[in-house]
Design a protein around this ligand. Structure first.
Ligand code: ZN
Length: 183
């Protein structure tokens, strides 16, 4: 499970759900939101989840110069490091949008771009039942599921999805743990 666009006021409840049920997730945070919710970002790491970057200001990277693109990615990485003490090497581009320049900036800076295999479209429908059903209908081993911890309805969906996925035998791991499984 991956969560973009946070940290938000709903992130802590999501962490509580993980804590109650087990499993780990990956949180792709927006750099300029971190200062307002430093404790939440610290807790994500303290609870054993992974933090990745989701750009500094959620701009579409493909519309930026290489310099601006680099700043969007690397300033977020630096902010995450300064708040959590963890140097993250994963990032998800806003809108899943990237080009050859994005690839080279990532490569040059040792950053791995992570997209997804299941899109819950939670931002569009804001419907907990729909998000839950989309996940449970399509899920298979190795999937990376895109969600947004910006929406209350997404966290509502996780109240059911997290325990039910675990009951079906899935291990909910971080993206880096998943990538390590493929080695
Ligand atoms: Zn986003």
């Amino acid at each position: 499970l991956t969560f973009d666009d946070g940290p938000s006021k709903h992130t802590e409840r999501l962490l509580d759900i993980f804590k109650a049920n087990g499993g780990k997730g990956t949180f792709f945070v927006v750099g300029n939101l971190i200062d307002n919710r430093k404790q939440t970002v610290k807790r994500v790491v303290a609870d054993g989840h992974e933090v990745g970057g989701h750009s500094w200001s959620h701009r579409q990277l493909t519309k930026l110069s290489i310099e601006d693109m680099t700043n969007e990615i690397m300033n977020t990485r630096a902010k995450i490091y300064s708040v959590t003490g963890k140097d993250t090497t994963i990032m998800r581009p806003p809108y899943g949008s990237f080009n050859d320049e994005t690839r080279s900036v990532c490569r040059d800076n040792g950053v791995v771009m992570i997209n997804w295999s299941i899109d819950t479209l939670d931002w569009k429908y804001k419907d907990a039942d729909k998000v839950y059903k989309t996940i449970m209908k399509d899920v298979k081993d190795g999937d990376i599921i895109l969600c947004h911890d910006l929406h209350e309805t997404t966290v509502d969906a996780m109240e059911r999805a997290i325990p039910d996925l675990i009951a079906k035998g899935y291990q909910l791991v971080t993206v880096s743990e998943l990538l390590a499984c493929g080695d």
